[in-house]
Design a protein around this ligand. Structure first.
Ligand code: NAD
Length: 317
């Protein structure tokens, strides 16, 4: 198989590419990435000379470059996105462009090139906030930030191309990921790297917003499984089944790094901040997937990675 991975220099995409070369040694991968502020070729330093790997610098909104990258590929896995909610509140334009028009451009090109699988990587944030219970794949979307609204637009387009053109689309919606190579603006790497630099951590509001944490390697294993065994036209939720309020998460990180609550700086809440995300992942578990490690083990490994890779994150701070 030859895969087109978009956004492969980002956090999840780079972990996914490395996994695929290990689990499917005969596969070839083309990585199309625009290298925005969070696209970092260093994430793939160890495989950049691999003969199975091709890198193309380009924008998923640029039809010419997309056609060039997709040529000869069997499947598309679209990770490319603007992904940071706070940035989308400041200026949503790049989010609308990449997360909607970019998806449209990829879908049109995939249609022309008879792609056998199109995996649209999406997020639990498209469902919005839920007080009790968990969202199923059949739940209505209620995105509350410009980021999640743009992602929902991309998802709807992808599924419409399945219904209208029988393009073999599958959508995955995962909960919050954490692990190596995550840009240090997102909460877990931000808090770890701040504390390693002896700086306070900014905690939004009352800290009681609940997130469901998923180790990035587990998201990648689920996407690998869905790429090969998932049913066309379907949506798959991928949740880590580890829900905690942000204040608890903060205390876990503080404890592992030997710091006290004095390092918490409570800041005014994010506008439109979703209170709780929760996914029902029964469907992907029925395919044979489950998270590989406890949160405790995964967060310890993650902290150790940031401790061991200061040169990677120091220049991004
Ligand atoms: P990221 O921000 O780390 O990486 C995004 C990558 O996309 C970067 O390499 C960037 O250069 C590239 N990119 C951005 N715009 C592009 C464009 N127009 N053309 C080509 N490349 C472009 O993001 P991530 O955290 O790895 O997330 C990957 C995907 O997973 C996104 O679609 C995101 O919505 C989704 N997702 C992320 C999480 C999470 O917790 N990180 C959770 C659920 C879903």
């Amino acid at each position: 198989m030859k895969l087109l991975v978009t956004g492969g220099c980002g956090f999840i995409g780079s972990n996914f590419i490395k996994r695929m070369f290990k689990t499917h040694p005969a596969y070839k991968i083309v990585n199309l990435d625009k290298l925005t502020y969070c696209g970092n070729p260093e994430n793939l330093r160890d495989i950049e000379r691999d003969l199975r790997y091709t890198f193309i610098k380009g924008d998923i909104c640029d039809r010419k470059i997309v056609d060039k990258a997709i040529n000869g590929c069997d499947a598309v896995i679209n990770f490319a996105a603007e992904s940071h909610v706070d940035r989308s509140i400041e200026d949503a334009s790049a989010f609308i462009r990449t997360n909607i028009h970019g998806v449209y451009t990829l879908l049109e090109s995939a249609k022309k090139h008879n792609i056998k699988r199109f995996i649209q990587i999406s997020t639990d944030e498209t469902y919005g906030s839920i007080r009790k219970g968990s969202f199923k794949e059949t739940s209505l979307l209620h995105p509350n930030s410009p980021y999640s609204a743009a992602k929902a637009g991309g998802d709807h387009l992808a599924l419409a191309y399945y219904t209208t053109f029988k393009l073999p689309v599958i959508v995955t919606r995962s909960s919050n990921n954490f692990g190596p190579y995550q840009y240090p603006e997102k909460v877990i790497p931000l808090f770890i790297t701040n504390l390693l630099a002896n700086k306070k951590v900014p905690l939004y509001g009352d800290g009681m917003n609940v997130r469901d944490w998923l180790y990035v390697f587990d998201n990648c294993s689920a996407i690998d499984l869905i790429l090969h065994k998932g049913k066309i036209g379907e949506i798959y939720n991928i949740g880590g089944s580890f829900e905690i309020p942000n204040i608890e998460l903060t205390k876990i990180i503080l404890k592992f790094l030997g710091k006290t609550d004095k390092m918490i700086n409570y800041v005014s809440d994010r506008m439109g901040h979703d209170r709780r995300y929760s996914l029902d992942s029964t469907k992907v578990r029925k395919l044979g997937w489950k998270p590989s490690k406890s949160f405790d083990t995964a967060i310890k490994e993650t902290i150790n990675w940031y401790k061991a890779n200061t040169t990677w994150w120091q220049k991004l701070k």
